[in-house]
Ligand binder design. Structure first.
Ligand code: SF4
Ligand code: SF4
Length: 329
């Protein structure tokens, strides 16, 4: 699924924001004609993500939501939002095309009043949309992170699934595997709390490779609830791979994914369809990076040999440091 960035502004300043290299540099919101041309460009996917910055800040967000709610080329439109302005678009959310991925930030990071607004908007959306159209996400970005605000939202509204994003630091000098090893205890703390609540975790990308965990930790993770076998396999690190997502920007440029914003950004003008662009990024980026081992153990690992594990995000291999530190193997 491709994503269209409506703008690069955000009302929040989250400390971990992976978009910080993007937000703030270009001030223009996407214009409607450009938005329509990007929809046409990615129509063959049948689904599209709407991202920012915070996409609901777009000055013509009502017009954009109306266009999306009537566009029959797309069966699913996912809005990636911090949730604070969802009440501004409530009138459109009853359209079955929309899904939400609401990023739950803590009170510490966004302040009590924004957090309360987020909570009220979740309540509002649950009154409009089916529960399975509303996803919650948590960004894990610091050791010993406090997850109590996420837990309070899960308990209050009865969510049963949470998307976990292990934030890729802007400074990749540490290397992927040492970063995962350093963050592991914080993540295990989150997973224990989710398990106690009967909540299934999932990743969308940057899945932690299996070798980061000890056998005992793997046994524990395997006992968690999962929404399906595919998510279980990825969560347990049995597959840590990704393929080009394609993020499209208001100036009609594109990147393989958001993590690659700082490198490999191209104009879409030379490409006829989204599939041409995916093939281009696959050849130019994936083929160049997947053979680079993530750690010393990779070359003896069947997952490395069979393209079953990239060792987490490819960004670590694209200008980041390829670490020599071994995993738990
Ligand atoms: S391929 Fe490398 S990072 Fe992945 S599980 Fe094997 S040793 Fe670990
Ligand atoms: S390269 Fe990194 S940011 Fe991009 S899709 Fe893969 S894991 Fe995600």
């Amino acid at each position: 699924m491709a994503n269209i960035a409506l703008l690069n502004r955000c009302n929040l300043r989250c400390p971990y924001c992976f978009a910080s290299s993007y937000t703030g540099k270009e001030r223009e919101d996407i214009d409607i004609d450009t938005f329509m041309s990007l929809l046409e460009f990615c129509q063959s996917d049948g689904q599209v993500g709407i991202i920012g910055g915070e996409p609901l800040l777009h000055k013509n967000i009502s017009a954009i939501m109306e266009i999306l709610s009537y566009d029959r080329r797309f069966h699913t439109v996912t809005i990636f939002t911090n949730g604070i302005f969802l009440d501004h678009v409530a009138e459109f959310l009853s359209s079955p095309v929309f899904s939400l991925l609401i990023n739950v930030n803590s009170k510490k990071d966004i302040g009590e009043s924004n957090f309360n607004k987020l909570r009220e908007n979740i309540r509002l959306c649950l009154g409009i949309m089916p529960r399975d159209k509303i996803g919650l996400g948590i960004n894990v970005y610091e050791e010993n992170q406090d997850f109590s605000d996420l837990v309070s939202i899960i308990k209050e509204f009865g969510f049963r699934r949470v998307r976990v994003s292990v934030v890729i630091p802007n400074d990749k000098s540490e290397g992927g595997i040492p970063y995962f090893l350093r963050m592991k205890n914080t993540l295990l703390d989150l997973y224990r709390q989710l398990k106690d609540l009967g909540v299934a975790p999932c990743y969308d990308c940057n899945a932690i490779p299996e070798c980061v965990y000890t056998d005992k930790e793997k046994e524990y993770l395997a006992s968690m609830p999962f929404a399906n076998m595919y998510e279980r396999e990825i969560f347990l690190g049995q597959r840590s791979v990704c393929s080009p997502v394609i993020d499209l920007y208001p100036d009609k440029t594109a990147t393989r994914c958001f993590g690659m914003y700082g490198s490999g950004r191209v104009s879409i003008e030379g490409f006829e369809t989204i599939d041409d662009l995916k093939n281009y990024f696959f050849k130019e980026i994936d083929c160049r990076l997947v053979n680079i081992p993530a750690c010393n153990s990779c070359k003896d690992c069947y997952k490395y040999k069979t393209f079953g594990c990239f060792g987490g995000c490819l960004c670590y291999k694209d200008g980041g440091k390829y670490n020599e530190e071994s995993s738990n193997k």
